[in-house]
Ligand binder design. Structure first.
Ligand code: ATP
Length: 277
């Protein structure tokens, strides 16, 4: 797939279609391992999708296949209408580990996107500076990662993921290592940034609260080998409040996901919150 040539201002989210995509590792070995059963998803341009499921169910495997970083065993994946055959370029990817280079300042870490992708440096620097300001991180721009808190580092990583204004964002547990308060802050920042330009987002999380707080649609996966057991449309207004967990609407969505986890043996002996009507 070639990088799109549209300017940052005009780019919008790309549709993603996933048809009967499965993954078995070590097919040629004596002990092949089925990590993912066939999965189907149709993601609309600019949609915010979460995938929730227990550890090891194949969430990251699916994301890596959509990004073209891992071969699929069966099925078809299209991003922006093009079949994924190699790593896609019009994408921003963030993982739980912020992966900032220690010997580069925050702004220089972000500017790596321009260097690696051969993008116009002035345009990207100006957008980077706007994003630092937007996330109240202007003072952190010239600091090195070791001089920043964990939450600041993760937000710098988010800026690096977004600075080239990709059509698709793939976020694999990006808040996993953060404390609860910082998670709330980064979640709010992510929703606000997404609402400005609406890239298509694939968000992987263990957190039911984050999935409901951020998504247009949630795909719930079974334990390994993973398959999709439910698809939930989250019909809540945006921006969503920080204290969403206290609202009855939130309770209904969260309850539905927890019921799956209980039925599938992921949760045992836990008193589930009763959805209020
Ligand atoms: N390269 C590989 N070779 C063999 N098995 C692998 C490989 N990569 C992943 N797996 C296995 O596939 C399964 C799914 O892994 P994956 O990382 O996709 O799960 P996950 O749902 O993202 O888990 P977590 O939430 O813990 O990050 C796991 O059992 C994992 O050990």
């Amino acid at each position: 797939m070639t990088a799109r040539t549209t300017t940052a201002a005009t780019r919008t989210g790309a549709p993603i279609s996933i048809e009967s995509v499965s993954k078995t590792f070590g097919l040629d070995s004596p002990n092949p391992f089925e990590a993912l059963k066939p999965v189907d998803m149709n993601i609309k341009p600019g949609e915010f999708i979460s995938i929730v499921g227990p550890s090891g169910c194949g969430k990251s495997t699916l994301m890596l296949m959509v990004a073209g970083l891992l071969d699929r065993t069966t099925g078809d994946i299209r991003v922006g209408g093009e079949v994924v055959k190699r790593p896609i370029t019009d994408v921003g990817i963030a993982f739980q580990d912020h992966l900032l280079l220690e010997f580069r300042t925050a702004i220089d870490n972000v500017m790596l996107q321009a260097t690696i992708r051969g993008l116009p440096e002035r345009e990207i620097r100006s957008r980077a500076e706007q994003l630092f300001e937007r996330l109240r991180l202007t003072k952190a721009m010239k600091k090195y990662p070791r001089q920043l808190s964990g939450g600041m580092r993760q937000r710098v990583s988010l800026i690096r993921t977004l600075v080239h204004n990709p059509s698709v964002l793939m976020l694999d547990e990006p808040f996993g290592a953060l404390d609860a308060l910082t998670r709330l802050q980064v979640r709010t920042d992510l929703e606000a940034l997404w609402m400005e330009r609406r890239p298509t987002v694939l968000f992987i999380t263990h957190s039911v609260e984050e999935a409901v707080g951020l998504s247009d649609r949630i795909f719930v996966m079974s334990p390994s080998p993973g398959e999709i057991v439910d698809e939930i449309v989250v019909d809540l207004p945006r921006p969503r409040p920080i204290a969403l967990g206290e609202s009855p609407e939130f309770g209904k969505y969260a309850d539905r996901i927890y019921q799956h986890f209980e039925r599938l043996g992921v949760l045992h002996g836990i008193e589930l919150p009763k959805a209020q009507s």
